[in-house]
Design a protein around this ligand. Structure first.
Ligand code: SF4
Length: 193
């Protein structure tokens, strides 16, 4: 099994609590106006990665956990469930950003959706609604979206889950990318040398 992966950032502090290994998957069936990652919506081949390779990289990254973003993680639930289960066995936490609401996901019949949910500690859910755009809550782009604690790994009073949005700038090989600021883009490529 392979996953269709748009981007991996081995260590970020802008996509969840603590330092995290972040994976953006390619492809999303939704088309939210104002989506911050429009280049990740098309169901086209990007980078093929095995779940095991992502697990090994995450374990080697010295991070607190992984964050799964996109694109739509639950569109590749089977492979990402393997990743989430694998890193959890190594003691890492799992945060998922989905355009589906938690109620929608719990109503889905596919066992892989339930497996990925069961291996998720923190879930940010719901479509991005441009009319409800907000930078008020860290990691959350619009007011309709919610943060759900699906395990007891994190607490709602964790100060790292509060405060305004942060952004991270990364310059690598002549390409400047921004991530961690949903109002601008979870990952926005500014230029390429
Ligand atoms: S905001 Fe999220 S759910 Fe909406 S189109 Fe973009 S990636 Fe898909």
């Amino acid at each position: 099994m392979t996953l269709n992966v748009a981007l991996v950032v081995a260590a970020t502090e802008a996509e969840g609590p603590g330092r995290r290994y972040a994976v953006w998957v390619q492809g999303c069936p939704m088309r939210c106006p104002g989506c911050c990652n429009p280049e990740m919506l098309a169901d086209v081949p990007a980078e093929a990665r095995t779940p095991e390779s992502l697990i090994q990289e995450a374990k080697a990254a010295g991070v607190e956990g992984i964050s799964l973003l996109g694109g739509e993680p639950f569109a590749q639930a089977a492979g990402l469930a393997l990743v989430a289960e694998g890193v959890r066995r190594a003691g890492l936490s799992v945060m998922v950003f989905s355009g589906y609401t938690l109620a929608e996901l719990r109503a889905r019949p596919e066992p892989e959706v339930a497996r990925l949910l069961a291996a998720t500690d923190l879930l940010v859910d719901g479509r991005f609604e441009a009319s409800q755009r907000s930078a008020r809550r860290r990691f959350i782009g619009s007011e309709n979206q919610g943060l759900h604690f699906l395990s007891d790994r994190y607490r709602a009073d964790d100060p790292r889950l509060h405060g305004p949005q942060h952004l991270e700038l990364r310059l690598r090989g002549g390409e400047l990318t921004i991530n961690g600021w949903p109002v601008l883009g979870a990952r926005t490529r500014i230029g390429r040398g």
